[in-house]
Design a protein around this ligand. Structure first.
Ligand code: UDP
Ligand code: MN
Length: 274
């Protein structure tokens, strides 16, 4: 049964991150989500990428930092480091959905996670670096223009303590740590690939139940090299990945090579023949 008023939402601010969004979207499809898939794109995303995105996502929605220039927007524009923050906040404007789950473009689902829609705004998993903060790579929210405007005003007045969306959202939803344990998603819904090696025994004990992997940090899966013949992620001297990290990377690359590359190539051929 499909649920048309709820959606998984991600963000691709450029063509590079579109690769992540496509793999995430495909992983949700592979695990037969009953919810809609929506991706927010900025004007920077090429029309070619948009049409590939639309073959995986139900909706490709352009969001523009400059579209309704009121004073709050202008105040934000003087803070270029909040650019991506601002863009993610647009997810609250998707009011044709009653509830959504936002997922970063560098996440990947390992199984069906539709039960996340049983949770209420604002639900998120602890951040592995500072567990009294949530990680803003996966969260449950209710689209609302009122909340959107409150968030914009808050951003303009207080900024973000980390310069990104995570600092802002943690200050805004500041009672997350203490108010309602039901709003703490299990860490398994936002398993940062780095915590695999910072607490190995826990990973060995619980890791088999991981539901969402988050490739947070500077090096994203698409920055690695992958051998299409051997189906292996190639390690150079700088990647000291554990076996499990490498297997998550290999999973990302399997989806990319099996489902996304053919889409990109098909689209390229269509463009070339035009
Ligand atoms: N993002 C993007 N382009 C960028 C940076 C960020 O599209 O250049 C979006 C994308 O959805 C990404 C999210 O913003 O997953 C948060 O950034 P990132 O995942 O790089 O941060 P991290 O999880 O590593 O802290
Ligand atoms: Mn991320």
């Amino acid at each position: 049964m499909s649920v048309t008023d709820q959606a998984f939402v991600t963000l691709a601010a450029d063509d590079v991150y579109c690769q992540g969004a496509l793999v995430l979207g495909q992983s949700l499809r592979n695990h037969k989500t009953s919810r809609k898939l929506a991706v927010l794109v900025t004007p920077e995303v090429s029309s070619g990428m948009r049409s590939v995105l639309s073959s995986v996502f139900d909706e490709v929605i352009e969001v523009d930092v400059l579209d309704s220039a009121d004073s709050v927007h202008l105040a934000l524009m003087q803070r270029p480091e909040l650019g991506v923050t601002f863009t993610k906040l647009h997810c609250w404007t998707l009011t044709h959905y009653s509830k959504c789950v936002f997922m970063d473009a560098d996440t990947l689902v390992l199984c069906n996670v539709d039960e996340l829609f049983d949770r209420e705004e604002f639900s998120a998993a602890p951040d592995s670096g500072w567990p009294d903060c949530f990680n803003s790579g996966v969260f449950v929210f209710r689209p609302s223009l009122r909340t959107y405007n409150l968030l914009l005003r808050f951003a303009a007045e207080h900024g973000s303590f980390d310069g990104g969306d995570q600092g802002l959202l943690n200050s805004f939803f500041s009672n997350w740590a203490t108010a309602d344990i039901g709003k703490h998603l299990p860490f398994l819904y936002n398993l940062s690939s780095s915590s695999v090696y910072t607490y190995v025994p826990a990973f060995n004990h619980f890791g088999r139940d991981a539901k969402v992997v988050h490739f947070l940090g500077a090096t994203k899966p698409w920055n690695y090299k992958y051998n299409l013949q051997t189906r292996r992620v190639m390690q150079d001297g700088t990647t000291s990945g554990s076996f499990h990290q490498l297997s998550f990377l290999a999973l990302w690359w399997n989806i990319y090579s099996a489902s996304i590359l053919p889409l990109l190539e098909k689209h390229q051929k269509m463009e070339d023949s035009e």
